[in-house]
Design a protein around this ligand. Structure first.
Ligand code: AMP
Ligand code: MG
Length: 341
């Protein structure tokens, strides 16, 4: 099936009733459609179809033991998909959904087995962005959607980022502009007596505790590995040479910057607002001054860094849980850095 479009890039479509109908046709034919959410772009596939789910893993180059999150619209009947074992999950849905919180439940195995990679659980998210809701409502299907990036690469926060990764390998990208949330949803396991956060995000343990009395972050790496296999993989890495420096190490940053400029290279420094006065005259991408701003800007900045020969990161203070979630992605993105001081 091919469709033409008046925009210069034929894969990227504004969301209209007409393009949603086209998207539905693709999804019902086991093809992939990228769509915007409030966090990052998702690569959507029919969760009931083995073939569609296989196509997701292939397109992303995603390891086959990294389970997918299923996305549904806000009125979708969850009882067709999962067992709602713990009363606190309802309270969390009422407090935070639609929004950037994915909840893991015991699965009824209604969707393809490949979605959860053999786990007996299913992760479900109800995104708040109007575009995502419109897409999901139009389809009225559970849509498995990992972040719309090639595995290990920085998550996409614009339709163009999606296109840069997938080009012609997917038929359609729905364009909802730049994602504001910026980092992926919090993943919370609601299968036990106490809610456990498996992946940090904009909804924090403190926020969850205020609603249901308690919440913990999953313990050590091996526990996380077992409960949420995707967390063990490398993630978020920009396609450029990266360097990472300790907080406030401005002399070292400037030295590397000058050396690279003298070699004819173009560097970019990723910093926070607090660092800006110490780095005047350098090419800067500032993440801003608080956790939400930093979350919103991180992936965009990592993509910007790809237009430069090297991206220099500076570690930052972590005084709140949202900044901790940003730091989690930031350190993974820079984990392959050439030099780490
Ligand atoms: P991504 O698709 O890149 O947003 O990553 C999805 C994340 O959700 C990974 O960290 C997975 O390990 C996690 N996840 C998905 N399904 C489950 C599940 N059933 N149980 C635990 N974690 C899950
Ligand atoms: Mg991802």
């Amino acid at each position: 099936m091919t469709f033409s479009c008046s925009q210069s890039n034929v894969k990227i479509f504004k969301i209209t009733d007409k393009t949603l109908e086209i998207a539905k046709n693709y999804i019902l034919n086991d093809q992939l459609v990228a769509f915007p959410t409030e966090t990052v772009y998702g690569l959507g596939a029919n969760a009931f179809s083995d073939e569609a789910i296989r196509a997701v893993y292939t397109a992303k180059g995603r390891p086959l033991d990294n389970p997918l999150i299923v996305h549904v619209h806000k009125d979708y009947d969850l009882s067709t998909l999962i067992y709602d074992d713990n009363a606190y999950a309802k309270k969390l849905r009422e407090a935070f959904l639609p929004g950037p919180l994915t909840i893991v439940y015991r699965s009824k195995n209604a969707v393809s087995d490949l979605v959860s990679c053999g786990l007996n659980t299913l992760a479900i998210r109800v995104p708040s962005s109007e575009s995502a809701q419109r897409f999901l409502k139009y389809l009225n299907l559970p849509i498995a959607a990992p972040s719309a990036n090639i595995s290990k690469h920085t998550s996409a926060v614009t339709a163009e980022h999606v296109y840069e990764d997938f080009g012609d390998t997917i038929p359609m990208i729905l364009d909802g502009g730049r994602c504001e949330g910026g980092i992926e949803s919090t993943v919370l396991d609601a299968t036990g007596e106490v809610p456990v956060i498996l992946r940090k995000g904009l909804i924090t343990a403190e926020m969850v505790s205020k609603v249901v009395g308690n919440c913990v972050y999953a313990g050590n790496a091996s526990e996380l590995n077992k409960r949420s296999p995707g967390t063990k993989y490398r993630h978020y890495c920009p396609k450029t040479t990266t360097f990472l420096f300790e907080k406030g190490d401005y002399e070292a940053v400037k030295k590397l910057y000058d050396v690279s400029v003298n070699q004819g290279k173009k560097p970019l420094v990723m910093c926070t607002k607090k660092d800006e006065p110490y780095l005047e005259g350098l090419n800067l991408f500032s993440l801003g001054e608080n956790g939400c701003q930093m979350a919103s800007r991180l992936y965009y900045g990592l993509h910007e860094g790809e237009r430069y020969d090297l991206l220099i990161g500076i570690k930052f203070d972590v005084n709140d849980e949202v900044t901790l979630s940003v730091e989690n992605r930031f350190l993974k993105a820079f984990a392959s850095s050439e030099s780490s001081n």
